[in-house]
Design a protein around this ligand. Sequence first.
Ligand code: GLP
Length: 258
Amino acid sequence: MRVVIEPTAADVAERAAWIVARLVRFRPDASIALPTGRTPLLMYDELVRLHETAGLDFSRVTTFGLDEYRGLAGDDPRSFRSYLRRHFLDRVNVSPEKTHALDGLATDVAGECAAYEERIREAGGLDLALLGIGLEGHIGMNEPGSSLGSRTRLKTLTEHTARAAIGAFADADEVPRQALTMGVATILDARRCLLLATGRTKSAAVRHAVEGPLTSQVSASALQLHPDVQVILDEDAAADLARQAYYRAMELAQRALE
Ligand code: GLP
């Protein structure tokens, strides 16, 4: 794991956007998994800025939403699909037929999940999985206990996750209790993973993911198995890491080589 500690959340966003931009320039038909939540918002803004000011071209890029609430239509403003359109996809020139999302209203959920895996395969696999991290260390909606070998499927959300989502809903009762999500193994199949975390509330989850044991209780810890991962943190999210000084030294050495 390459652990990169940046001064601020804006620097995290800038670095992540720079990595996405470099991939898209080098590989215009890249396929990318996209997260939702508060964390990636600044990165999406930065990608939109690069599109508008530097001509970053997404026309051949394929995107896959990481997860979707069960029971919400894609055009429901509270769905993850709407979030991705609002904050990113509708603001750049991604072609609509190349943006994929899980259908929260699918009646055949297992079929929908298997078809999603197939669509990822048809796209040539994921070149990049962009990830946030939940308070309990989940990636996508892979809640504690998720098999490290899991594929796209339905998951029941923990109380923690449901509480964290309340902001987007009128009251706690409205928060969906289940979500369709790429599995841990689906994410690990991506050729490259970027995990972004900002703010003090994420520091414990980050510590468990980066320095804790590999465990299904913290699905982000499975990234330790992946050969090409960058964990990009602001100072607050890195605050609980025991080896901060080491990561900083490693990063300086790495940047000197690049
Ligand atoms: C949800 C999303 C995850 C996201 C997490 C953290 O669970 N499904 O993809 O990483 O929230 O969200 P935030 O960035 O708002 O803390």
